[in-house]
Design a protein around this ligand. Structure first.
Ligand code: ADP
Length: 320
């Protein structure tokens, strides 16, 4: 009901308590209580005698009401499961995997954010977008890594849409000016005959003002790059809209299309890189991305196609 009161107030016009109570078929006291709750959530609502309530401003929260207002997707982000704090939104999605495809689990703070290969993802600051999209594609297991690539391309496009010169560090990091602004972690549940669900975790540093020493030279945020805060819900909508297009393209088998987009935004291609595998490390030159999204590198021994699941790639002199 609180959501419905908010929807009415989102018109921006004055609306009397009586009208709201009639529209929603609840008492005026109930309306007053919901308005009070919204104010506690950070909504600025004025009440003027003889005119009614009017919404002046909304808080920068990643609630369903804030995200879905103006969202132009068919199913990505249509159901938002919001919590102020969780261990990890990927875990949240895994615990609630019966939710419909495209459901999104989102938190203001993650106490145990995860990176790839058991690494940690710093997300204890509420200036980020820490979210997981739950997907249920009917595809073969070996196709899953392409979903990560599609997500990377979607986030990169969303950043470019707000004027940031973002690029993709293969396979799944988005970087701006040589520093990481977004990381993606895909986890899945599968059986021999196919995929049950995919938890596509996306962490974006938006209004984070500073990072701890160990990440200072490696991480950045929209705020650090532009000097201004950005409305997180708006950026979330842009990511959903870009991702749904690429995901649909992927599901319909037009993979070539989005791999081409991915390649055009990938800054790893053309660079000398250090390849880190579980059992060895070596230097190589990254020359291309193949149709499967694997990184093609050249070494003295010839060309190799690297699979994203098992390798990390670093610049010879630093992170990129
Ligand atoms: P990579 O493959 O580049 O190591 P991961 O996807 O495994 O990246 O992400 C984890 C790593 O990202 C961590 O080891 C840390 O160096 C870095 N990191 C952790 N939190 C953040 C953050 N909020 N922003 C940018 N980088 C981060």
């Amino acid at each position: 009901m609180k959501k419905k009161v908010l929807e009415i107030l989102k018109s921006g016009e004055y609306c009397s308590g009586e009208r709201i109570s009639q529209k929603l078929n609840v008492s005026r006291t109930a309306v007053w209580k919901y308005v009070k709750k919204l104010k506690e959530d950070g909504y600025k609502i004025e009440s003027v005698t003889n005119k009614g309530y009017r919404l002046i401003s909304s808080p920068d929260l990643l609630t369903e009401a804030e995200i879905t207002d103006g969202l132009a997707t068919k199913y990505i982000g249509k159901h938002i499961f919001y919590c102020r704090e969780t261990d990890s939104t990927n875990n949240e999605a895994k615990r609630n995997n019966s939710a419909p495809e495209g459901s999104v689990f989102i938190a203001e703070i993650q106490s145990g954010g995860k990176g790839r290969l058991g690494r940690k993802w710093l997300s204890e600051d509420n200036g980020g977008i820490w979210m997981t999209i739950l997907l249920k594609p009917r595809i073969a297991l070996e196709e899953i890594s392409k979903i990560t690539l599609a997500a990377g391309a979607a986030v990169c496009k969303a950043f470019r849409g707000i004027g940031l010169s973002a690029g993709i560090k293969w396979p799944n990091d988005i970087v701006v000016n040589g520093r990481k602004i977004c990381g993606i972690l895909t986890e899945l549940s599968a059986e021999a005959d196919g995929v049950n669900y995919v938890a596509l975790g996306i962490g974006i540093n938006v209004n984070i003002k500073a990072f701890p020493k160990e990440l200072e030279n490696k991480a950045t945020s929209v705020f650090i790059e532009t000097g201004a805060e950005y409305n997180r819900a708006k950026l979330v909508r842009a990511v959903f809209e870009e991702f749904e297009k690429l995901y649909e393209e992927f599901l319909s088998g037009r993979v070539g299309g989005f791999i081409k987009d991915y390649k055009a935004m990938c800054i790893t291609v053309g660079k000398n890189v250090r390849v880190i595998k579980p059992d060895c490390e070596f230097d190589a030159r990254a020359v291309d991305i193949d149709r499967e999204g694997r990184l093609i590198v050249e070494t003295e021994k010839g060309k190799m196609h690297l699979n994203s699941g098992e390798v990390s790639v670093r610049g010879i002199y630093g992170y990129i």
